[in-house]
Design a protein around this ligand. Structure first.
Ligand SMILES: [Ca+2]
Ligand SMILES: [Ca+2]
Ligand SMILES: [Ca+2]
Length: 363
């Protein structure tokens, strides 16, 4: 017992005095990425205990179960012809949303309320309420984790009613599928729920920067400041809203490793709701000047917001930097996505980096 206490005290002491050196560099040859530890799924009781204050949940007497909804909306065994027809109808129905939001969301549940058009949007960060008013688009993050909440694709009732967003769905848990990394399946733990959020609460944007409070709080931005990192660029327009960018040798290295996506017809700066989320404590990584939006979450679970602690929003990761023992200009760093991992040798010469893949795996 005493040993454990000393050990914990040692770790605490160590983690408090970590420097840039510790946060960005490693000597561990084995350490490429932190090993993945699977989280124990929440029970119904735990989901209710941790539910956000702004969310009201009631039990429905008549409802579509998770299973029924996923089978019906999955359109299994549908002919190619039928599926194409359905796709065309969907494209037409959500034309206005596509023109305002491009491909940032999957759209569903469109509803017209007087001059306002609403829809539900889903992306890699979670669920959003989308609104188009006077030809201007708005997106409000719901803060409901897809680790716990399933929202029916087919809603029997209008989603906007009496000043509330009302969604039918279920409590779910994620079931990891063996041998398919990054592939999650779900199973329902309690069906027949009605999730209600007041529109006033949902659309609240205290600092008027364009992101609702729930979004900022979920990802660790400052909901009371337009400019979280005080670099003069508002959160909404800042491609790296959490940290001020700095140009130096190692921020350059991280920039070279950032994933890039092909957007041919849209200006990436206009994609305000598309982020790549990285888990890293490294200052050099934080200070990167990206071409596309990035967010960072802390490595320690204790420091994460509740939302990112329970929701897997990271798809890509870039490791710490390992120094070469013999050559001070040579480093090793790795990058991984859902289906690959590359190890790079990075050499810094005459103010420029040369990267070479020296290993890796394709999953
Ligand atoms: Ca805001
Ligand atoms: Ca803000
Ligand atoms: Ca800023």
């Amino acid at each position: 017992m005493m040993k454990i206490v000393y050990f914990i005290a040692f770790i605490l002491l160590f983690s408090c005095s970590r420097s840039v050196e510790d946060r960005c560099f490693t000597n561990d040859y084995e350490q490429i990425f932190k090993s993945y530890t699977e989280k124990k799924p929440f029970t119904v009781k735990e989901i209710l205990k941790h539910k956000p204050d702004y969310l009201a949940i009631t039990d429905l007497k008549k409802y579509r179960t998770f299973k029924e909804d996923s089978i019906q909306s999955g359109h299994y065994n549908e002919s190619e012809e039928l599926s194409e027809k359905r796709w065309k109808i969907h494209e037409e129905e959500y034309k206005i949303f596509k023109s305002k939001f491009s491909d940032q969301f999957l759209f569903s549940c469109k509803q017209q309320v007087n001059d306002i058009t609403y829809a539900l949007g889903t992306n890699e960060l979670g669920f959003w309420l989308l609104k188009i008013e006077n030809n201007k688009p708005y997106a409000y993050f719901l803060g409901l984790s897809f680790s716990h909440y399933y929202i029916n694709n087919i809603q029997d009732q209008p989603i906007i009613k009496d000043g509330l967003l009302q969604l039918q769905g279920s409590f779910v848990k994620i079931v990891k599928v063996d041998g398919l990394p990054g592939y999650d399946d779900y199973s329902a733990i309690s069906d027949g729920k009605l999730f209600k959020i007041s529109l006033k609460e949902l659309t609240k944007d205290s600092d008027h920067d364009g992101y609702n409070d729930i979004f900022e709080q979920s990802f660790g931005l400052n909901a009371n400041s337009k400019d979280t990192d005080r670099d003069g660029m508002s959160d909404f327009d800042d491609l790296n809203p959490m940290f001020t960018s700095v140009e130096n040798k190692f921020t350059e290295l991280y920039k070279l490793l950032l994933p890039t996506y092909a957007h041919t017809t849209v200006d990436v700066k206009e994609l305000h709701y598309t982020f790549t989320v990285f888990e890293s404590d490294c200052d050099y990584f934080h200070q990167v000047s990206p071409d596309e939006r990035v967010l960072f979450i802390p490595e320690s679970d204790r420091k994460k917001t509740f939302y990112v602690n329970i929701t897997d929003v990271t798809r890509d990761s870039i490791s710490k930097i390992r120094k070469d023992k013999a050559n001070p200009d040579r480093f090793y760093i790795s990058k991984s996505g859902s289906s690959f991992e590359n190890v790079y040798a990075a050499e810094y010469k005459n103010g420029e980096w040369t990267l070479k893949i020296i290993g890796g795996i394709i999953i």
